[in-house]
Structures are given as structure tokens and as C-alpha cells.
Design a protein around this ligand. Structure first.
Ligand SMILES: [Fe+2]
Ligand SMILES: [Fe+2]
Length: 368
């Protein structure tokens, strides 16, 4: 589907939300600004000061702050001397069968050496997107420290800034020293990061990063943790997941009261629609179009590639299961009303609505 058609459909669903997202969609999809090596994105948020130091907000913020101080870890102590071969089918970092082209004739025609190169590229692409998401999380965490109205959230948020810096550090180090291949940020991820960076609304920064991107990342990290046979990446992900579970929990605590008790119904509806549009973008992030360009542009058109990936049963399962951690959190903060449920159902994402939200799930369950 063309970008213009997608934007037209977005307008038909909620014109205000489409208008809010348009500058980010223009920047990412049409101007391809995510492909630039460096970029400045202006934010419109206000920095909230409280000279009384009395507005601490939800008591959970303090509990999370204490937990975060105790949960700090040093990336230097990971086993960086582990030798990693990203093309090794016997000790795969990522399962071969979860690649989008697996099982097709065009993949079967490729020799085993080239298939090994593709396996290397698949994990490099996935980890590159995690790294770019972590960079967005680092700045989003810093912005929420500034913009949030509660001192308790500012204290807690400062620990998240440190966590996210460590996540950028470990993913970059892994890519740089073990994979040696870095991909551009995916257009869809760029548009979402652009939108939550540029908005002046503190709650959209929380919603976009803490609930949507981090919720999805938690699903993705959990899946790779489960599948990977590479011990360094497995340990790295385990540590990152322990931090991310606090971050998503924090997002739920910060937004639940606001959306269910404090903001107007029209604002709540707009946020619900915003979250739905962002869900579509995040789902589209996993169409592996970069792979089409790199390896299969000669063999199949881009439209047919997208059709193949969308219709592939295993790829649909992969995309949908990434949402297993995200959907229960949307429900917990009041953004999964009966009005929006049929739309998520049509994307196949509603099956996770009864899963545990971030405020009740344990780390052991996240690592299962
Ligand atoms: Fe992170
Ligand atoms: Fe995070």
C-alpha cells in the first residue's frame, strides 16, 4: 500500500491523530530522514519545575526507584571475550526458519554460504533496530524526567536514563565487535520515535516509548532470549529484560490514573487512536523490506515481497507474538475499550488482551 493511501486511511479513522502524526510520517516515509547519519529533532515539551517538592505522584514510583538503584549492573562484566560466529547454523544466534524468506524457492536456490550471510544479516538487522530503539529510549527517558509533573517520576526516570545508556552501550558493542554490520533505522520505527520526540505532550512520550516501543521490545527480547543459542547475547538480553520490565511497569503506573480518571474522554479516545496507529507502524516494522532491497530485489517485486511476508503463517505468528507484552499494558492503562477492540482484532492482535500487564508480571515470567 502506498504511503499516501495509508495516510488517507489514517485520516478516515481519526483526523486529529492523523494531523498530529503527519509531520513525523512526512519526515520518515516521504523525506527518508531516518537514513541521514545524524539528525536533530526539535521537541516542544515544557520542563516542569516543582519548588515545593511535594508532588511525588504514585507511591509505586518510589518503590521502582529503590528497585532500580539496587538493580544497576555493569556492562563491562559481560563475557565479551566469547567468540561469536553469526553465520553458524549449528550455534545460531537467531533461528533460520524465522527468516522471512525461509521455505521459499528463491531461498532454496541460494547456496549455503550465502544463506549463512543472510543469517548474519537477519540478526544484524534485528539488533540494529533494537539499538536504534534504545537510543530513542535514552532521549525519551531524559525528556520524561523533564516533562513529568511528579517528583517521584523524575527520581525514577533518572535511573531509566542510566539504564538506557547502558542498553545503547551493550547493543552497540555487540553489533560493533561481534556482528560488524549496522543497518539504518527502519522507517516505521523512525516515524514513531520522531512523533514521541517532537510532541509537547508528556503523556504521548510515555505512551509512545514506555508502553508501545518498550512493550514491543520486551516481547522481541523475550523471544530472542528464548531462541538464541549464543551465550553472550542470551546473558545480555537477560540483563536488559530485567531493566525493561521496570520501565514498562513505570509507564503503566504513570498513565493508568491519567487516562482512566484524570483526562477528558475525548483526549482518552484520541490517545487510544494514536496507540492504534502506532501499533500498525510497529507491526509494519517487521516486514523486512530492507532484506528485499539487499538480497531479493532481482527476484521479486517489493509489493510481492510484502504480500509474501504478510501472508506467511510463521512470519504472522512472529509479528503478532511480539505484541504479547504490549496489548495487556494498553488494556491496563485504559486504552483498549470496546470501541477500539475490533480494530485490533482485525490485525490479529487481540488474542493477548488477557495476558498479564507490566505491573503484575514477574521477571521469571518474562524470561520463560
Ligand atoms: Fe532499553
Ligand atoms: Fe527501557
Amino acid at each position: 500500500m502506498s504511503i499516501l493511501l495509508e495516510i488517507t486511511e489514517m485520516i478516515s479513522r481519526n483526523a486529529k491523530v492523523a494531523l498530529d502524526l503527519f509531520p513525523s510520517a512526512y519526515s520518515g516515509y516521504l523525506m527518508q530522514e531516518g537514513k541521514q547519519p545524524v539528525i536533530d529533532i526539535k521537541s516542544q515539551h515544557a520542563i516542569h519545575y516543582d519548588w515545593t517538592y511535594k508532588h511525588f505522584g504514585n507511591p509505586e514510583f518510589q518503590k521502582l526507584y529503590v528497585k532500580a538503584k539496587k538493580g544497576q549492573w555493569d556492562a563491562d562484566y559481560l563475557a565479551w571475550d566469547t567468540s561469536v560466529d553469526p553465520s553458524n547454523f549449528d550455534l545460531p544466534i537467531f533461528p533460520e526458519k524465522l527468516q522471512p524468506m525461509y521455505g521459499t524457492d528463491m531461498y532454496r536456490k541460494v547456496d549455503r554460504k550465502k544463506q549463512g550471510e543472510m543469517l548474519h544479516s537477519t540478526i544484524s538487522w534485528l539488533l540494529s533496530q533494537f539499538l536504534h530503539g534504545e537510543q530513542g529510549a535514552l532521549y525519551a527517558a531524559a525528556m520524561t524526567v523533564e516533562a513529568t509533573p511528579w517528583m517521584g517520576a523524575k527520581y525514577y526516570g533518572s535511573t531509566q536514563v542510566m539504564d538506557e545508556a547502558r542498553h545503547v552501550e551493550v547493543f552497540h558493542k555487540y553489533i560493533d565487535t561481534k556482528l560488524n554490520k549496522l543497518y539504518h533505522i527502519n522507517d516505521n520505527l523512525f516515524v514513531v520515535i520522531h512523533a514521541l520526540t517532537s510532541t509537547g505532550d508528556w503523556d504521548l512520550k510515555f505512551l509512545g516509548m514506555q508502553i508501545m516501543i518498550e512493550g514491543l521490545a520486551l516481547g522481541a527480547f523475550g523471544m530472542i532470549y528464548k531462541f538464541t543459542k549464543e551465550p553472550l547475547l542470551r546473558e545480555l538480553l537477560k540483563q536488559v529484560i530485567s531493566d525493561e520490565s521496570r520501565h514498562v511497569h513505570y509507564g503503566v503506573e504513570a498513565l493508568r490514573d491519567y487516562y482512566t480518571k484524570e483526562c477528558s474522554e475525548s483526549v482518552r479516545r484520541d490517545r487510544e487512536d494514536w496507540a492504534y496507529e502506532v501499533s500498525i507502524m510497529l507491526r509494519n516494522r517487521f516486514l523486512f523490506t530492507e532484506f528485499h532491497e539487499e538480497y531479493f530485489a532481482h527476484a521479486i517485486s517489493r509489493d510481492n515481497w510484502i504480500k509474501m511476508v504478510v501472508e506467511s503463517e510463521i512470519m504472522s505468528e512472529f509479528r503478532i507474538s511480539l505484541f504479547s507484552r504490549l496489548i495487556p499494558n494498553l488494556k491496563a492503562i485504559g486504552l483498549l475499550s470496546d470501541r477500539i477492540k475490533p480494530k485490533y482484532e482485525s490485525l490479529g492482535l487481540l488474542r493477548y488482551q488477557d495476558g498479564k500487564a507490566a505491573d503484575t508480571i514477574s521477571l521469571a515470567e518474562l524470561l520463560m
